[in-house]
Structures are given as C-alpha cells and as structure tokens.
Design a protein around this ligand. Structure first.
Ligand SMILES: [Zn+2]
Length: 211
C-alpha cells in the first residue's frame, strides 16, 4: 500500500508568485496539492493542530539553498513540500548530496515526495505503519524521518484518517435517501461500528499527545 492515501501532485502554475522569499504564501496551494497530508509520512492535518502542526518544507533545504549560491529560489513551488512538523524537523539537518540537482546516491538521500518513485522505496503496512523496500527507503525511514521511533503515532494518525474518510463516504451515500426509507436505515447501520472506531482512535490520539 502507498504511504500516502492519495498520491500528492504539485500544480505547475501556483496561484502565488514564485519570486521572493515569502514562501508561506504557497501554503494554501500546497495543502490542496498534498491532500491535507504530510508529503513524507502521510499524516492527516486535521487532528490536533497544536501538536501535529503543519509546515512548509524545502525539499532541497532552505539553509543549503541560501549558503550554496543555488539558483533555486526560496519560493520555487516545485521545491516545496507540505510537511508535518516532525518530518520537517527530522529532515532539516540531512542533505547528504550537498548539491541542489542530486537528491540521493541510491542508498542515502531523499526521493522527492511527488515523484512516483517514492512508493518504490517506502510502503504502508496493513496496520498503518511505514516500512521500506530498499536501503534508500530504510535510510529515509530510520535515519532521516525516524518513522520507526514515531510508529505508534503514525499508525494512529493513519487509522484515524481512514475512519474519517470512510465515515464521509457513508454519509455522502446516506443523504441520497429519505430518512424513513429502508435504504437509509441499512446505510445508517454501517455507520455505527466505524463511528465507534473513529471515536476510540480520537481518544487514543488525545491521550497519546497528552503524555
Ligand atoms: Zn510527516
């Protein structure tokens, strides 16, 4: 399974200018293009804004761009990634290639999160964890992003988002029928177990972040 629920796709014409240093102006476009999920770990941004705060990551890091004389500007849209704070912070100090046109050497470095190759290196397990297919995937997961140290949280956020999406789908189906119809009642019955699961995941997440 893919690490991200929906594969992110960056627009080619961002609605704000790619000139200047104020890259924050791209956040609404990025949120949409990354489907409100972290480009790296796939965490959904709709839970607990204070603890799972979402940021803009520079794929080729900001410090490297500023200190290397690179031609890639800070607001260059194709270099921006919608990222949870944990992935952004963990990635920050890593850029092994020390070049702006080389992302990895096959065993260390990064795959750009909108590149279909991302899923060749990392995958989602059936219980919502993240594992790797390749040495490069292992490097990203364990050395850079430290998914292994955040596995419990990663699983909770993934399953929470899965139940959220499932509830949304059922409700969209439900509203097509009058409340007193047998179809309505049948669909409504499907909601009970999934809502219960969603509720308990939310409680688990809340206690996880309060620890
Ligand atoms: Zn993340």
């Amino acid at each position: 399974m893919s690490v991200r629920e929906t594969f992110p796709k960056r627009r080619t014409n961002p609605s704000k200018s790619e000139k200047g240093k104020n890259y924050q102006k791209h956040k609404p476009d990025l949120e949409e293009d990354f489907n409100h999920c972290c480009g790296y770990c796939g965490a959904f941004d709709g839970f607990g804004y204070t603890r799972t705060y979402f940021e803009i990551d520079h794929f080729v890091p900001k410090d490297f761009l500023m200190n290397s004389g690179s031609q890639i500007g800070l607001s260059k849209y194709s270099n921006l990634v919608y990222s949870c704070r944990f992935c952004n912070n963990n990635k920050s100090k890593h850029w092994p290639s020390q070049r702006d046109d080389v992302y990895h050497n096959g065993s260390i470095g990064f795959i750009e999160p909108c590149d279909p190759d991302y899923d060749n290196h990392l995958y989602r397990t059936s219980d919502g964890g993240i594992l790797w297919h390749t040495p490069l995937g292992k490097w990203m997961a364990t050395i850079a992003f430290k998914f292994d140290q955040r596995m419990e949280e990663i699983k909770l956020l993934w399953n929470y988002n899965k139940t959220r999406i499932a509830i949304e789908k059922i409700i969209e189906e439900l509203i097509n029928y009058p409340e007193d119809s047998s179809e309505y009642k049948e669909i409504e019955n499907k909601l009970n177990p999934i809502c219960k699961k969603h509720y308990f995941l939310q409680r688990q997440l809340a206690s996880f972040y309060n620890e």
